[in-house]
Design a protein around this ligand. Sequence first.
Ligand code: SF4
Length: 63
Amino acid sequence: MRIEVDWTRCDGHGLCGLLLPENLENDGDGFPLVRRREVADADLRHARRAVAACPALALRLEP
Ligand code: SF4
């Protein structure tokens, strides 16, 4: 699975970098930097939590 950010929705709430640090990093202004798009199986739980927590519905997991 890979993590995708919909930049038309992202408001820079900064949650995702905290919830999925394996793949995302906060750029300092609250927006995510995608360090790694592929989500390791061991990190899927974190990824699903980040997707569910995004207040702007801007994160999704894709096959
Ligand atoms: S949690 Fe959602 S809105 Fe906030 S920075 Fe991440 S993708 Fe953007």
